[in-house]
Design a protein around this ligand. Structure first.
Ligand code: PSU
Ligand code: MN
Length: 304
């Protein structure tokens, strides 16, 4: 796939679904600006990824993003419908899976986001599979050689089942300064990571070799900053109500995640939104550091 890449290395891919469908319209532009500034201040170039009039773009401009936000009903592209939307010349926000595909085609190997999609809850009722909803993000992790910095998986999911699925797919999950797999608003869960790294420079070195060795993605799990963590009991109470709201609003398929997230932000009086924004900022910081280190390390190797 040909991608219009507008930014130089070291680049950090950023996803557009998070901005278009994950936060209220009023926060999207400011968040995008903030994330771009974090990258720039650390010496990396921000590469916001989206589909613009049928063109996969790495390095969407603020004008293009504003146009997308003004459009209202913007399609959400994952790896399954990206091709159709592209064929039709449509514009779309890209989820983690479609962003990884475009980043890989553009030669960008580090990507910052909030939380990965995964295995939704309530898959099994009475022993039979009903409503099987597993994000295409998981399969994408096994297909595209991109390091994805996230705070684990969204806590509206079945965190342990998602962690198991990543293992089944052979996706390496490393923890940055953590032994356990973070659960988005919570710094830890019952699940573990494959390995722990405490030093960003060493992690960058590992990522370069692992991406080249495996041709698959690596999930870098970076827990939410401590002061923004939300207690599990508090969160579960909000989540239950948010799911009820999303269900009675008739959300299904790709609409489930955005509906539950917006109900959560509303029920928590903005607490989940603030936490969400803080963890994306923190992930963007780490991704920028990693991209810069990987770039520097490569130049050093090449000059030998
Ligand atoms: N995490 C967030 N906000 C989001 C998403 C994840 O905090 O908006 C988005 C990401 O783009 C992710 C997508 O790839 O949700 C997963 O959606 P689904 O469950 O439909 O695959
Ligand atoms: Mn889904």
């Amino acid at each position: 796939m040909r991608v219009r890449r507008r930014v130089p290395s070291p680049a950090v891919a950023l996803e557009s679904t998070l901005l278009v469908h994950g936060v209220p319209l009023s926060s999207a532009l400011e968040l995008s600006r903030e994330l771009c500034n974090i990258c720039l201040s650390l010496g990396a170039s921000p590469a916001l990824i989206a589909l613009i009039d049928g063109q996969p773009v790495a390095g969407v401009t603020e004008t293009e993003l504003r146009e997308l936000l003004d459009r209202g009903a913007v399609p959400k592209a994952n790896t399954s419908n990206l091709g159709v939307l592209k064929y039709w010349g449509a514009s779309a926000a890209t989820t983690v899976s479609a962003t990884m595909e475009i980043a890989a085609c553009a030669g960008i190997s580090v990507f910052a986001t909030g939380g990965l999609g995964g295995v939704h809850k309530n898959l099994f009722t009475g022993g039979s599979i009903c409503n099987l909803d597993v994000s295409s993000d998981l399969a994408a992790m096994a297909r595209y050689p991109v390091a994805v910095v996230s705070s684990g998986v969204k806590s509206i999911l079945d965190v342990n089942a998602t962690r198991e699925a990543l293992e089944s797919l052979g996706v390496c999950v490393v923890g940055f300064r953590t032994d356990t797999f973070p659960a988005f608003y919570q710094r830890s869960s019952e699940s573990e990571v494959d390995a722990r790294f405490d030093d960003a420079e060493e992690l960058a070195d590992f990522l370069s070799s692992e991406l080249a060795r495996s041709g698959r993605g690596v999930l870098v799990a970076n827990p939410i900053p401590e002061r923004y963590e939300i207690a599990a009991e508090q969160f579960d109470a909000w989540r239950e109500k948010a799911e009820e709201r999303a269900e009675s609003a008739g959300a299904s398929g790709r609409g489930v995640t955005p509906a539950v997230l917006s109900a959560l932000h509303d029920l928590s009086n903005g607490a989940t939104l603030r936490a969400n924004i803080e963890l994306v900022r923190s992930n963007t910081r780490l991704a920028s550091e990693l991209a810069v280190s990987m770039h520097r390390q490569r130049r050093k190797r090449d000059s030998r």
